[in-house]
Structures are given as C-alpha cells and as structure tokens.
Design a protein around this ligand. Structure first.
Ligand code: AMP
Length: 402
C-alpha cells in the first residue's frame, strides 16, 4: 500500500510517500516560496536500485495547483510511481479541527467546508491546508483522501481542563476553549512508548514533551490526552523558539497603553519575537547552547527559563495524573539536547524521576531510556515521526471506509 502524506502551508508543501508494507519512505520533499518570483523544490527518493537520489530545482511556482502538479511530475519522472492512481491514499495534515473533528475524517465537501469554517481559529494554517486539499482532490479524484487533525488527539480533554475561566458566552458563541496541538506527535510517541515498555497503551500514563521550535506538553492517562499546554492557539504553554508561552494577559493591556502597540503588533510580538528569541536573540537551541557555554548571560537565561517552565509543567502534569509510568522527550530539542533533559528533570526524585547521566549523554537515532533502573518513572527519548503517524492513520481510515 502506498500512502502520500501532504502538509500544505500557505507558501509551502511538504510531502512524503510511504510504502506501508514496511513503513519505508519512497520519496520525501519540500516545495517552498510558492507564489514568489522563484520557488524551490527539493525531493529525495530511492531509485530502482535502492540508492538515494536528490533532485533540486529553482523555478516559478504560482500556486498550490502548480506545486502539486510539479510534485506529481517529479514522482513520476523519477520512477517512484507511474501515475497518481497508483496511490492507495493521501493523508492531509490539518492543524485545527476545532470541536468538529475528534478523529481522522474522509475528505469530502462537508469536511472541506468545516475546515474552512475553522479558519478564524487557525488563520495561518487552515487556509494553506484547505487549498492543498482542494487541489489534491481535483488532481486525484479516485484516490481516497483523509484529513488528520493536530487537535484530534486532545479531544478527550475533560471540560474542566479545556475551559478558560472567561464569561461562558464566549465558549458558547465563539467556541473559545483549549484545543491543543502537536496531537499527531504526542499520539505517535505515546504509542511507541507503550510498545517499548511492553505495556498496554490503555493502561499507560505518560507525560509527553514535544520540544521543537514550537513546544508542548501532554498529560496522557490510560493512553488518552487529558491535558495539554497549548490552548486556543499554539501560543500558550512552554517557552518556545519565538512564542512567549504563558504570560499574564494584563501585560498586553499595559503594553498597548504604554507603547501604543496595536493588536497586530502584539500578535506579531508574542508569536514571532518572543520566547527564546525574545530573551537572547536566537531561536536555535544549538546556537543558544554554544553562546551560553561561551558565557553569554542572556543565552543562559533563555535556557534556564525554557527548562524551568518545562519542569513546572512536568510537576503539574504529575499531579494531574497521580501515577506517571513514563516521560517522553521528543522534537528537535527533546531528542538532541541532553542538557535540557537533565535540567528539566533535575531535583524531581520526589516525583520518582531519576535521570542516569551516562545514558542521557548517549546519542541514538532510535528509542533510548535515560532514567536509572530504579527510577519509578521511566524517562524515554523517542524520535517523533508525524508523517508516518499520518500515513498509518490514513491507511486505517481507508481500510475502515473503502
Ligand atoms: P524542530 O522544530 O522539532 O525541528 O526542532 C527545532 C529545534 O531543535 C531548534 O531549536 C534546534 O536548534 C533544535 N535542535 C536541533 N538539533 C539539535 C541538537 N543537536 N542539539 C540541540 N538542539 C537541537
């Protein structure tokens, strides 16, 4: 079975083609700067002898239509597929599924109209997803297509966890509530954790830490998400690359009054100029570490703030869950930055969390256990694979419905 995973943004399309027999990647690529004077395509694929090849092109690509046509042409020219009908399914990543989608959905007119209706809740993401989806349906009408929502995994949050203590009418009328994001990643790593620990996922309690440029934590009870740090939008929660995470909302009124910042300027500041970048000028954790080791105090402060906020969430979600079987680190920072793992878990022995310094310092492309043997809570590093999770969920939906 061949499943194509599409992640269409406003000016980019990421794609990955999987052979679901062995979950291998037949091709993967990125089309960037769509509708700019020059766009870029890069695709990696395995040729018929199994050797990896790379194609790179710079050319004008006017819109998503053009982008998907170019992607299909490259997949066919490179011999990865003969035509689009060879695909058994296409899975589309969608960031915001609101309260409408608690599970993957077969793409049809109704699903696309709901994704459109949810644009006000995800103005930066859903328009790109929708336009990619529409073009894909047009180009491959006979291939089953599935929408996979980042929010769906968190649809099991209890109401007291997803509500904000605002006047109830704003929930009723505008659906203002916590939705949570990175659900595909949290789901993937918790399934991998259950497999690694040989524990039934339906009995597994976990805290999963997705630490990338965007970062979020999920509290997972008996395999189901019961709380998560991102909220109505991905802005809430942890200190992130360029997002502030939790702040006192009154800061915004203060800034508006003192500096006359407009709503758009505040939005930009919180999403693009804050977080690690706001504190030390860089949102790249590798560079921040290097600067901190060279004695740059603001870089050290950025790291300390990142780790402190993380530790607070680990503590809070330990209280939420009562019993924690495992903590999972994932994402670019979680998978690679041993200092972050050490610092955020330091002095948490009273919660049953003990890191083994030697194990934590090892590097691996697979799953690693970094807790001591007598740690009550197993601490794992699990590389995330959101594309594979989307492909698996797409395949499961198609097997159920087609
Ligand atoms: P992601 O959004 O998951 O791709 O993660 C991006 C973040 O991971 C950036 O802050 C990177 O600096 C960080 N990152 C990637 N590789 C490493 C590494 N080897 N050590 C520390 N941080 C890393």
């Amino acid at each position: 079975m061949k499943i194509l995973v599409l992640n269409a943004g406003s000016s980019s399309v990421k794609f990955q083609l999987f052979n679901m027999q062995d979950n291998s990647v037949l091709a993967s690529g990125l089309i960037e700067q769509i509708s700019e004077p020059m766009s870029r395509i890069r695709m990696k694929y395995q040729d018929s002898t199994g050797i990896e090849q790379v194609v790179e092109q710079t050319l004008p690509i006017s819109d998503h239509h053009d982008a998907l046509r170019k992607m299909s042409a490259l997949l066919i020219e490179s011999g990865v597929i003969h035509n689009l009908n060879e695909l058994d399914g296409i899975g589309h990543r969608v960031v915001q599924g609101g309260a409408s989608f608690q599970a993957p959905a077969m793409v049809d007119e109704y699903v696309m109209s709901e994704i459109e209706r949810l644009i006000p809740l995800a103005p930066l993401h859903n328009p790109g997803h929708l336009s990619g989806m529409k073009v894909s349906v047009e180009q491959s009408p006979s291939v089953p297509q599935v929408a996979i929502f980042d929010t769906a995994f968190h649809s099991t949050l209890p109401k007291y966890a997803y509500m904000y203590a605002l006047p109830y009418k704003y929930y009723d009328e505008l659906k203002i509530r916590r939705y949570g994001f990175h659900g595909t990643s949290h789901r993937y790593v918790v399934k991998e954790a259950a497999r690694y620990l040989k524990q039934d996922i339906h009995t597994l309690n976990a805290i999963t830490l997705h630490l990338g440029n965007g970062a979020s934590v999920a509290a997972i009870e008996n395999g189901k998400s019961v709380d998560t740090s991102m909220g109505l939008t991905p802005l809430e929660g942890l200190v992130m690359g360029t997002r502030s995470g939790d702040i006192d909302p009154a800061i915004l009124f203060y800034l508006a009054r003192k500096r006359g910042l407009t709503l758009d300027e505040l939005d930009h500041m919180l999403n693009k100029e804050s977080g690690l970048k706001g504190i030390c000028g860089s949102n790249d954790m590798r560079e921040i570490s290097r600067l901190a080791h060279e004695g740059n105090e603001q870089a050290q402060l950025a790291r300390d703030m990142f780790n402190y906020r993380l530790k607070k969430y680990i503590g809070a979600y330990s209280a939420v869950l009562g019993r924690v079987d495992c903590i999972v680190f994932t994402g670019g920072i979680g998978e690679n930055d041993s200092e972050t793992r050490k610092e955020s878990c330091s002095r948490l022995e009273n919660l049953g969390i003990k890191i083994d310094a030697e194990r934590n310092a090892l590097r691996s492309s697979g799953i690693m256990q970094i807790s001591t043997d007598d740690s009550a809570v197993k601490v794992l590093v699990i590389p995330t694979n959101e594309e594979l999770e989307i492909a698996v969920e797409t395949m499961e939906m198609i097997e159920k419905h087609c």
